[in-house]
Design a protein around this ligand. Structure first.
Ligand SMILES: *Cc1c(COP(=O)(O)O)cnc(C)c1O
Length: 365
């Protein structure tokens, strides 16, 4: 979407691109390093989850890079995501659609060479009718209560004529290693996979990989960790940071103490303050729920967010920063990463990534 030229005049287009109000830098080599780190932790296969356009970073870019590192199994949520990705990957790459076929759509999977996860009896029946003998994954619910067949349903399923490519389930509490649900889901999934001898099994996403080898089975499905999100909240992050998000300073102003700032006048200056208005707002994914612990770096000076986030701009306390209009400040980087930005806005790094807007210049390094 950001590839659409802003003008037909190429020189002008380049200047405009260089002066966009925000710059999102994606470190593709860091994504690859994260993939290799995760793969090194497991004995079996390591897939890659690229749903939601690769957690906002560009699914085709991510999948293409990871294919070069040997990844052969890619997961999307929607069929449309898989169909958009299919032309970017060689046929030997398996693309698995976790939502499975919605009614009337099974034939499209077969036609385009993408593989569904079958989550319900209806989906199994539709697949058997539309693509008899074609491989599909089967998902069982081992305790998350979201997708999948009930474990208790196994005996009554008619799997005749179904080529089960893999059985999977998903952990609800893997980011909390002490949570008793992990062991309960593991035990449940072991019973399920025992009913499918010789069929590959998949339980863990990013956090599950860090619960230990008994959670790995044959294929792991990391998403967030590839993109640098910490799979073990509260512990040091073993993954490399992947994104840097910068916003441009529009305006600097000196105001005295007692001046109210932004919509709703939710904050007043407590001293003479230099304000920087930066051209990133909630339309870009700088969430409106960001509180007083939000902000940005100007070089090595932390500038606090003052007042409410607008659609296209924020106001920062730049009293101690050396800034001039047109400079870029760091909104997300290794010091204040997606997890940190999530914490400052009452959410998680995942939502920060998938909220990133489309107005940034995108740079790949
Ligand atoms: C999103 C998702 C994943 C990837 O999860 P991360 O926590 O991002 O690693 C894996 N499996 C399923 C079923 C998912 O929905």
């Amino acid at each position: 979407m950001t590839d659409r030229p802003l003008t037909r005049d190429h020189a002008a287009a380049r200047v405009l691109e260089e002066h966009r109000d925000g710059v999102l830098t994606i470190d593709v080599s860091a994504i690859r390093a994260n993939y290799r780190l995760l793969r090194g932790l497991v004995a079996g296969m390591c897939g890659a989850v690229v749903k939601a356009d690769g957690y906002g970073l560009d699914a085709a870019l991510v999948a293409g890079a990871l294919f070069d590192d040997g990844c052969r199994c890619f997961f999307t949520a929607h069929l449309a995501e898989a169909l958009a990705l299919r032309p970017h990957l060689p046929a030997e790459a398996e693309i698995v659609v976790m939502h499975g076929p919605s009614p009337g759509m099974a034939h499209l999977f077969r036609q385009h060479g993408v593989v569904p996860v079958l989550n319900s009896r209806d989906q199994i029946a539709a697949w058997k009718a539309a693509a008899p003998g074609f491989p599909a994954w089967l998902q069982f619910d081992s305790g998350m209560t979201r997708f999948g067949l009930d474990a208790g349903e196994i005996d009554s399923l008619d799997l005749q004529g179904l080529s089960v490519r893999a059985v999977m389930s998903h952990l609800a509490c893997a980011d909390d290693p002490a949570h008793p649900a992990n062991a309960a889901q593991l035990a449940c999934f072991r019973r399920i996979r025992a009913r499918f001898p010789g069929v590959p099994a998949s339980l863990s996403a990013s956090s599950g990989i860090f619960l230990g080898p008994e959670f790995h089975f044959d294929i792991v499905r990391p998403g967030a960790a590839l993109y640098g999100v910490n799979p073990q909240p509260g512990r040091p992050n073993p993954l490399s940071p992947v994104i840097r998000l910068q916003g441009r300073v529009l305006q600097l102003r000196e105001v005295p103490a007692g001046v109210a700032i932004g919509y709703g006048h939710t904050v007043r200056t407590t001293r003479a303050t230099r304000l920087a208005t930066v051209a990133v707002g909630y339309a870009d994914g700088f969430l409106r729920s960001t509180g007083a612990s939000g902000g940005a770096w100007a070089g090595d000076v932390w500038m606090k967010l003052l007042g409410r986030v607008s659609m296209d701009s924020i106001v920062l306390d730049a009293t101690d920063a050396a800034l001039s209009p047109g400079m870029l400040v760091d909104l997300i980087d290794h010091r204040h990463d997606a997890d940190g930005a999530g914490a400052a806005s009452g959410t998680i790094g995942y939502e920060i990534l998938t909220s990133l807007g489309h107005r940034f210049a995108r740079k790949l390094i």
